[in-house]
Design a protein around this ligand. Structure first.
Ligand SMILES: Cc1cc2nc3c(=O)[nH]c(=O)nc-3n(C[C@H](O)[C@H](O)[C@H](O)COP(=O)(O)OP(=O)(O)OC[C@H]3O[C@@H](n4cnc5c(N)ncnc54)[C@H](O)[C@@H]3O)c2cc1C
Length: 688
């Protein structure tokens, strides 16, 4: 792409306006619970969250005649609507030339291990439909003149299955799906925060939420009751769990809510971390062309002195520059890529520099400073040189190469008052994605009847995932839960379940947490949880630190249970309860991590498990980096997942093998009846 693309086209891909929501329908009833008068809404299916995954589930349900309602903390909040990168990626089967091989794609999706084989195949084969239907709704994915989708390679993708609408792919997905939801007249309750799942002995019956606008003297918290026969949790990832985070503000997810409801979580030790600008400013991933143009990376100390700190790690200018380039498609930190002077040595160096209290910056007006000889586009590793040559990126300065390769990347920051054509960009290694989440089967069902989970709320990824597969998974499973819910007519009409008893219990629990005179505040809990997670459960972990962090997290939750959390203003009720649940979720992550490390688990994905007895020793130009000697991954750990459930008040860990997928090829005459009779929805998978 060159600057000859007209400005209005660039604007349309960066400033994506969202549609206007219709008026919300009012409650059908008012019931008295624990002395409060609470409004009641009845629906067949209820979706929590209006990101790309939740909207997909809602739209697909409505099309199948299901009576569906959406509740969302913030209609256009969350990661899909507010996050991106230089080319935000959707990972789907490659439609170029001879097409793709779904089995090979499934293998690539689950290559990092700890992923169910059937889920990987579902995401692979479902990707074609996910992409086609998004295009049908108007998602402007780029094509060549013959209709093939334009592709490139992304993280953990050796084939080139990535495509993109530009920096705002997921926001554009939300836009087209929301327009469809509005067109289909799906009731959409904005500013509604899910707080407690309601259920009877057998299955889900509804949800208790906070809607500030419902607050009255007889309902000071603004509580609202939703009665439903199917509940789809699509509330995204727990972005607030870490201080150093590129999630947009206010992403809590629902891991704590899920644990309290009795739902089982999986793989919550697995996250992604990578270089990005923080949410305190404009949270954005610095992947793709931002680094492929090879800017100068340096730090500034408190006295204002500049440090060419990467020269303390790499041996030559060529090695340094080529690895900066590779961060474009090896974006997430990966422990094993710290070895042999590969690209995650850059993440390590930046992380350590930030720990020294220095600011780390990327300057697009300077090429990397020399280590041995001056930087030259002619002295780069062969693959890097070839890519830049093919892209026509032979300009002298990184900013001109960026302007040539991806002008949208510059526009984007300009929108947020950061002009990278003039000023260097401050950034860090941040938490970006939760690969684990609520455990689901092949239809998105959880361990509680009637409850489904999709998108980042669900734990469908393994230790690693190809870039763009998160957005794909949300679309594929959003469709599958709709198919499953639609396979009976139970949710075609509003549920008439009696939720009074469950509501009483839920309101009593809330009353136990909200305390006017507790010394604990949600701000103190936030600072405590976020610092603990970023400092002790980030890219570098060790057994002692994690065990200590777990002890502290257990103590915090015990204090919350005994003292409650102080609340001074009605506007804080939802925040307080979300921090109570986040504190629980962080204990669950630490409990799982502690279990993994004490069982001998090695470094994988986002985390290096540092250990003086570890087999792997990263090197720097000055010699071995002994403090980050780490344990290698064990093959056996790839074949299983760590599950977490709340038993009493403590998150409890168990191990289960990955579900296998026999690979028995379908055969039309044999398998058609199961489709015609709906038997495919009842066939149990090997294991929940
Ligand atoms: C900087 C960045 C770049 C990324 N780039 C890519 C990429 O290139 N490709 C890719 O595949 N993935 C990428 N991801 C990940 C991907 O964007 C997310 O996994 C995905 O958008 C999640 O979609 P979702 O619908 O599950 O959740 P979200 O989009 O986060 O939506 C969650 C919804 O739930 C609502 N909600 C939350 N809590 C509650 C509650 N308690 N009650 C009611 N509503 C609630 C929110 O308001 C929101 O509407 C990126 C993530 C980040 C942070």
């Amino acid at each position: 792409m060159s600057l000859s693309v007209p400005q209005q086209i660039l604007d349309a891909l960066t400033d994506v306006a969202m549609p206007r929501l219709k008026q919300e329908p009012g409650p059908v009833d008012l019931i008295r619970v624990q002395g409060l008068d609470l409004p009641v809404y009845r629906t067949g299916a209820l979706v929590i969250g209006s990101g790309a995954a939740g909207l997909r589930a809602a739209v697909e349900m409505k099309r199948r005649g299901i009576d569906v309602t959406i509740v969302s903390q913030s209609a256009w909040g969350g990661t899909s609507a507010c996050s991106g990168s230089d080319k935000q990626t959707l990972h789907t089967a490659n439609t170029k030339d001879q097409g793709d091989n779904f089995r090979a794609m499934a293998e690539a999706i689950r290559e990092g291990g700890a992923m169910d084989e059937d889920t990987a195949y579902i995401e692979s084969v479902g990707s074609v439909r996910a992409m086609g239907s998004l295009q049908y709704l108007g998602l402007p994915l780029p094509q060549d003149q013959l209709g093939g989708t334009l592709r490139y390679k992304t993280d953990h993708d050796e084939v080139g299955r990535a495509t993109s609408c530009g920096p705002r792919t997921s926001r554009l997905m939300v836009k087209v799906l929301a327009e469809e939801a509005i067109r289909l007249d799906i009731p959409f309750h904005n500013h509604t925060t899910a707080i407690k799942v309601l259920k009877d002995a057998e299955s889900v019956t509804g949800l208790l939420a906070i809607r500030p606008k419902e607050a009255t003297d007889a309902n000071p918290y603004g509580l609202a009751l939703y009665v439903c026969s199917a509940l789809v949790i699509a509330a995204g990832g727990p972005g607030e769990m870490y201080r150093d985070s590129v999630f947009p503000n206010g992403c809590f997810g629902t891991l704590g809510l899920a644990l309290e409801a009795g739902l089982e979580l999986t793989n919550i030790t697995e996250s992604q971390f990578g270089i990005s600008t923080r949410r305190e400013g404009f949270p954005w991933n610095l992947s793709g062309t931002y680094v492929q143009v090879i800017p100068h990376i340096y730090s500034i100390d408190e006295a204002g002195a500049e440090h060419h700190f990467l020269s303390d790690y790499y041996r030559t200018t060529q090695e340094l520059a080529s690895n900066i380039f590779r961060k474009g498609y090896q974006w997430p930190f990966h422990a094993s890529r710290m070895l042999d002077f590969q690209s995650s040595l850059i993440d390590l160096a930046i992380f350590r520099e930030s720990q020294k209290g220095r600011s780390v910056l990327m300057d697009f007006n300077r090429n990397p400073l020399a280590i041995d000889v001056p930087f030259s586009l002619h002295r780069l590793d062969t693959d890097v040189k070839a890519y830049l040559h093919k892209a026509g990126a032979d300009q002298t300065l990184p900013i001109d190469r960026l302007r040539h390769m991806n002008p949208l990347a510059i526009e984007l920051y300009k929108r947020y008052k950061v002009d990278i054509t003039k000023d260097p960009l401050e950034f860090a290694v941040n938490n970006q994605h939760m690969n684990g989440g609520i455990a689901v089967d092949t239809w998105g069902r959880t361990n509680i009847s009637g409850i489904y989970a999709v998108g980042e709320a669900s734990g469908t990824h393994g230790v690693t995932r190809p870039g763009g597969s998160a957005l794909n998974a949300g679309q594929v499973f959003g469709t599958r839960v709709a198919e499953h819910i639609g396979s009976t007519t139970a949710a075609n009409t509003p549920s008439q379940a009696d939720i009074l008893d469950a509501a009483k219990v839920a309101v009593a629990e809330i009353n136990g947490t909200l305390a006017e005179d507790s010394p604990l505040t949600w701000r103190a809990i936030r600072n405590d949880v976020q610092a603990r997670m970023s400092d002790h459960a980030g890219i570098l972990c060790n057994a002692v630190d994690v065990a200590r962090a777990l002890t502290e997290a257990v103590a915090l939750n015990s204090n919350i249970r005994s003292m409650g959390i102080s609340v001074s203003r009605p506007s804080e009720y939802a925040r307080v309860l979300q921090w109570q649940q986040m504190a629980l979720a962080s204990e669950a992550v630490l409990a799982a991590l502690d279990h993994y490390i004490t069982q001998g688990g090695g470094s994988r994905g986002a985390r290096a498990i540092c250990d003086p007895a570890g087999e792997s020793l990263p090197q720097s130009v000055h010699g071995p980096l002994k403090e980050v000697r780490f344990r290698a991954e064990r093959d056996a750990d790839k074949k299983k997942q760590l599950r977490v459930r709340l038993v009493g008040t403590r998150p409890t860990i168990s191990e289960v093998p990955n579900r296998s997928y026999g690979g028995d090829k379908s055969f039309f005459e044999r398998d058609w009846p199961a489709w015609l009779t709906g038997d495919i929805f009842n066939q149990e998978t090997a294991r929940q």
